[in-house]
Design a protein around this ligand. Structure first.
Ligand SMILES: [Zn+2]
Length: 308
């Protein structure tokens, strides 16, 4: 009888110990306060992630240190299109959608879906700050571009003056580029570079990157782009790339040179593009390598900070 009671006691003790552990694991985090109450501390850390067991997320040996991930760099929206990098005559974007934002033309305008959605967000954000934007044009087929180019050449003694892009070199054929104006310029027969002085053009230049767009043909860069300054022409490249380009005041040509040199260097050191992209993908699925700590200041205001 005595032995039976002892056995029950041992069982109960084991259950209490392991049961506690299991319930902590099931929650996904351990509340630090439960283990070590920190009295008199200014901040109170509410939770901390458990250490991951047997994590397969090991960074590749050669570190990719360029400011933009390889995933973003190899994304199709980052493709360079210009006179040296022509699109095939039969290239048509795979997911064109009809634009419903305010337009500066009676014709229907189409854009590639990801750019279309980002553009709508940008138009709404501009509106909230008091700027009304008008979409003048989006996707343009190879055929339309060729007709426009041929007309320009005819009216300019057969000389290419960089005003109309050579067929196959126009970003409008990608469905990722668009021309945007304000109310005043929307009603004019021609787009002129003094549009850059308007509040709408300045707002777009300052804010376009937040929506994944770049000012594609900046001032004083015609030697590089082959295209005159176009304060109305924006190109979707995705937020990471756009942020880098606009921050560093680059053209897509200069940016492409930079990251391709970085890739060459990375490969030279033994880096593996596929391995790095797979690592970035896995990392993004696991979420950022950080966690939120809630910190309560002395004034009682709740603040949130990220810990890396
Ligand atoms: Zn354009």
């Amino acid at each position: 009888m005595k032995r039976k009671v002892c056995l029950w006691l041992v069982c109960a003790m084991l259950f209490t110990c392991f049961g506690g552990l299991i319930s902590q694991e099931a929650r996904g985090y351990v509340a630090i306060g439960e283990e070590e109450p920190q009295e008199g501390s200014e901040s109170e850390i509410s939770k901390e992630p458990l250490q991951q067991e047997e994590s397969t997320l090991l960074p590749p040996k050669v570190v990719w240190s360029f400011g933009v991930s390889l995933t973003a760099l190899y994304a199709r929206e980052n493709k360079l299109v210009n006179r040296q990098n022509l699109l095939p005559e039969d290239f048509v974007p795979s997911d064109l959608v009809k634009m419903t934002v305010k337009r500066a033309t009676s014709a229907a305008v189409y854009m590639e879906r990801m750019a279309a959605e980002a553009l709508e967000e940008m138009f709404n954000a501009a509106k909230e700050e008091g700027y009304t934007l008008y979409l003048k044009s989006g996707y343009r087929s190879f055929g339309t571009q060729k007709t426009t180019y041929d007309n320009r050449l005819r009216n300019n003694d057969g000389k290419d003056d960089g005003v109309v892009a050579y067929p196959g070199s126009s970003e409008h054929q990608t469905g990722l580029a668009c021309d945007i104006l304000n109310a005043d310029y929307a009603g004019r027969p021609r787009m002129t570079t003094d549009f850059s002085e308007t509040a709408e053009a300045q707002w777009m230049k300052e804010n376009c990157a937040s929506f994944g767009f770049i000012l594609r043909y900046p001032q004083d860069k015609m030697e590089i782009t082959g295209i005159i300054f176009e304060p109305w022409h924006f190109r979707y490249v995705g937020k990471d790339v756009a942020g880098y380009i606009m921050r560093n005041e680059l053209t897509l040509e200069e940016f492409t040179d930079q990251w391709q040199m970085a890739v060459a260097e990375f490969r030279g050191q033994g880096g593996d593009i596929d391995e790095q992209i797979a690592y970035e993908l896995e990392k993004s699925q696991k979420g950022p390598e950080s966690y939120v700590m809630e910190i309560y200041g002395e004034d009682g205001d709740a603040e949130v900070s990220l810990s890396f």
